[in-house]
Design a protein around this ligand. Structure first.
Ligand code: COI
Length: 354
């Protein structure tokens, strides 16, 4: 992309990279040296700049804090063996970001600001991209309202920002999930398809209840009848039923996951049957009882491909007998990771070289 965008860069004089143990990275707690900021006001984005990562100063009346105009994205960058930095499918995240913005009555971000912002920031902090297997540079673009105003209306001012963090695994072990049939994540006409901050806040209490019952996460069901499987807490959810992949189609209540799409694309490319159609909880439970579900896994940027070891529904718990060596999820994950790390041909054109 030809760009005329000028990003002012102020580099840190005190890099923190020497303090990081890249062999033991937690998820989401270590932040790279720089961050990008652009401010919106008078109906345009201005002054894109990069500065040392630091705290923000906000008015106590900041309307994002009170009324929740706040959206984000997540993607990952990898280091290939020959030292290239590869960012996975950023255009998908760009498009989803603007869909989220539209729904939350926030301004659109130009492709130039989003993509060139990513490219410039990641390039500047390219030494923070861990080369180790199982690790990546997690990239977090986000936007939030900046008006200091008490009252309900769309803000007139916003900040668009990007920071990055080197990360290890989000889930260290296979997850136990519970099919949620009381609480609701999303309803038709709501904001379930958007990466709106409040969606995650609303999931915390039901997730806490599930944890008290011995589960790590939930499988959400539709908000009207709790009859159809939707997605899991931090990821889309895919089942292997009778040897075919089965997942709910994305919709206004289900996030259009980039990892979900990548996994399904690879499986189709391998000639596997992939069935994206509404999945009734009753059908899933019947299939679990009949031993037809050989595997289940989550798909998300943070979680990547996260195997599910057990599924709870009402008083029953179905143990899936997960075995890493033989699992299809391992095969899919291995292929996906190899593409992301430039170890095999990028046959779908997914990587952006930084
Ligand atoms: C992601 O997968 O990137 C997310 O945004 C989920 C979040 C829980 C880290």
């Amino acid at each position: 992309m030809q760009t005329t965008l000028e990003i002012d860069i102020r580099k840190t004089e005190n890099s923190r990279i020497g303090q990081v143990d890249f062999d033991n990275l937690p998820f989401g707690r270590i932040f790279s040296d720089h961050m990008l900021i652009s401010d919106y006001g008078n109906e345009s984005w201005k002054n894109p700049h990069i500065m040392p990562y630091q705290d923000l100063h906000l008015s106590p009346a900041n309307s994002a804090i009170h009324y929740g105009q706040s959206i984000f994205e997540g993607m990952k960058a990898f280091k290939s063996a020959d030292g290239r930095v590869l960012l996975f499918r950023p255009y998908e995240n760009f498009q989803r970001f603007n869909r989220s913005a539209e729904r939350m009555c926030m301004p659109q971000v130009s492709e130039e600001l989003f993509i060139e912002g990513l490219r410039t920031l990641i390039n500047l902090d390219r030494d923070w991209v861990p080369p180790q297997e199982g690790e990546a540079l997690y990239v977090r673009p986000f936007m939030f309202a900046m008006d200091d105003y008490i009252g309900i209306k769309p803000s007139d001012t916003y900040k668009f920002m990007i920071f990055t963090c080197p990360v290890g695994a989000y889930y260290a072990d296979p997850v136990r999930v519970k099919i949620e049939t009381h609480f609701t994540r999303a309803v038709k006409g709501g904001v379930g398809f958007a990466k709106a901050a409040g969606n995650y806040a609303a999931s915390l209490y039901p997730s806490k209840m599930a944890r008290e019952q011995g589960f790590h996460q939930l499988i959400w069901t539709d908000g009207q009848e709790h009859k159809f499987v939707e997605e899991s807490g931090t990821m889309n959810v895919i089942f292997v039923i009778n040897g075919a992949l089965r997942t709910a189609p994305t919709s206004e209540t289900i996030l259009k996951g980039v990892t979900r799409d990548s996994v399904l694309t690879i499986a189709r490319d391998w000639g596997m049957e992939v069935n994206e159609s509404p999945l009734e909880v009753a059908e899933l439970v019947e299939s679990l009882r009949a031993g037809k579900v050989s595997e289940a896994f989550g798909a998300g940027t943070a979680a990547t491909v996260a195997p599910i070891s057990a599924i709870g529904h009402e008083d029953e718990v179905f143990d899936l007998g997960y075995s890493k060596e033989s699992a299809l999820s391992t095969k899919l994950m291995t292929e996906l990771e190899a593409i992301k790390r430039g170890q095999i041909e990028d046959r779908f054109g997914w990587n952006m070289v930084i």
